[in-house]
Design a protein around this ligand. Structure first.
Ligand code: AMP
Length: 456
């Protein structure tokens, strides 16, 4: 089995890794680190949670440890681009940990923070700069930063960058970095548009891919409960009071929906906080910190805000609303079962979301076991109700057949009362699901995504 010392990384880095309890490299690390150490450009298909931050940052730190150079004013040697401020801070935090025994400086810049302070911090220059594209260009336009010394360029979560409308910013940045550089490009998915962008950035790249959809989805004990929209709030309160739920991340499709859940839980006496693009930077950081440190055990998030969130020990992911993009489901449930741990995910599915559920099951090639509604809830939808076709939720009645595989066809399977068995023994069921073979089917491009938050 490969170990970190097999890569020949500098001793201070190995020391920091063992201090963090990293024993064996993750698959993306095993594949990517030797290639990046060789100096190759890299195209990596991997999502947050796979250990990709270390995959790209350890070789960069290693190079800077062996080849230290004096800082140049208003310049950086490595530039790491991230779509969101949460991910940017997280990347910078991880790099500071991995490089804690080195004299390598790391700085992070993103929008929503006073720019003047960032300008002052950049004056002396920095070794590694982590940035969101918009703020980076602002700083360049104000002559607070030049990219002409960049030796290594990392573009993280490229698909998310495009979804957030950063394509023009990325094209501009590509023209501002020296041609002679190493480029590393990561994306969770590789649709054509990303392939085109990757070509602009990369020179004869090595390709590595890990299959988070398979590994993550198999480790998470998943369940779905059929419940009407009107009863979802009450069910959430009930589920959250289950003793097995120690730290829950609850997903909604919209920012408004997230705020509504917080208000409703508040009425039920369950403290929670929401993070989404309409919250100020301070509010988001406070909510995340409270959640990380266990002061608040319920965090409500939208897909974009949660992308890249790395919180250890999330015991449960609850999909209060199912995502209309199957990939988002995989991202969501990947927030639990981090770094090898097991986790549980429960999805609330109303009649209109059944089409989403069907897409999710098709993409993940798994049948999600059904959890019966607890006593006191009215089963919904009725067993003989028609299933809306995928992509047209809300327009029921097209095919009239119950969806295969999630218990809808089994009489009484979700009508029975009884306590919810959330988190108990569902792992075995989830793991016994159909094995995945190879890459998941390419999910359709999103039909509707949350708008780019104004603050990004
Ligand atoms: P990332 O995909 O970079 O966001 O990493 C996901 C999580 O896994 C982070 O909490 C990392 O600290 C952790 N991690 C990364 N690599 C390893 C490893 N080799 N062993 C244990 N944990 C790791």
């Amino acid at each position: 089995m490969t170990t970190f010392s097999d890569f020949g990384l500098a001793e201070p880095i190995l020391k920091a890794l063992s201090g963090e309890g990293y024993e064996t490299p993750t698959p993306i690390q095993t594949q990517a680190i030797p290639l990046v150490l060789e100096g190759r450009d890299l195209l990596g298909i991997a999502q947050t949670g796979t250990g990709k931050t270390a995959a790209f940052s350890l070789p960069i730190l290693d190079r800077f440890a062996r080849d230290p150079k004096p800082r140049q004013p208003r310049a950086c040697r490595a530039l790491i681009l991230s779509p969101t401020r949460e991910l940017a801070s997280q990347i910078a935090d991880n790099i500071r940990i991995y490089g804690r025994n080195l004299r390598v400086s790391t700085q992070v810049v993103f929008g929503g923070m006073p720019i003047n302070r960032q300008i002052r911090q950049l004056e002396r220059g920095v070794d590694i700069l982590v940035a969101t594209p918009g703020r980076l260009l602002d700083l360049i336009d104000r002559r607070a930063l030049t990219l002409s010394n960049v030796e290594a360029l990392v573009l993280d979560e490229a698909d998310q960058m495009l979804d957030l409308g950063f394509i023009h910013a990325l094209r501009r940045i590509a023209k501002l970095v020296p041609r002679e550089r190493q480029s590393l490009f990561f994306s969770a998915t590789m649709p054509k548009s990303i392939g085109g962008l990757a070509e602009e950035y990369l020179d004869n790249p090595a390709r590595v891919a890990v299959q988070p959809s398979a590994t993550t989805a198999e480790r998470v004990a998943q369940q779905v409960v059929f419940v009407s929209s009107g009863q979802k709030h009450r069910l959430l309160a009930e589920v959250l009071q289950d003793g097995a739920v120690s730290r829950a991340l609850v997903f909604t499709r919209t920012k408004h929906g997230a705020d509504k859940v917080v208000k409703q839980l508040d009425r039920d006496g369950i403290p929670s906080a929401a993070i989404h693009g309409n919250k100020s930077q301070g509010q988001r950081e406070r909510a995340l910190n409270d959640f990380r440190q266990g002061r608040c055990k319920v965090l409500i998030a939208t897909d974009i805000a949660a992308r890249g969130i790395d919180v250890d020990g999330v015991s449960h992911v609850i999909n209060f609303e199912l995502p209309n993009v199957p990939e988002s489901y995989v991202h969501r449930i990947g927030r639990t079962a981090r770094a090898g741990a097991d986790g549980a995910a429960l999805s609330f599915c109303n009649m209109e979301e059944r089409a989403y559920l069907r897409d999710i099951q098709r993409t993940t090639r798994q049948d999600i076991p059904v959890m019966p509604l607890p006593l006191g809830f009215t089963p919904e939808p009725p067993l003989d109700a028609p299933i809306p076709k995928a992509g047209k939720p809300g327009k029921g009645g097209q095919n009239g057949k119950p969806a295969r595989g999630f218990g809808a066809g089994k009489p009484g399977s979700h009508r029975k009362g009884g306590r919810p068995s959330f988190g108990e023994g569902a792992g075995a069921q989830a793991r016994s699901g159909a094995p995945r073979n190879g890459a998941p089917g390419r999910p359709a491009r999103p039909q509707r995504r949350e708008q780019r938050p104004a603050a990004y």
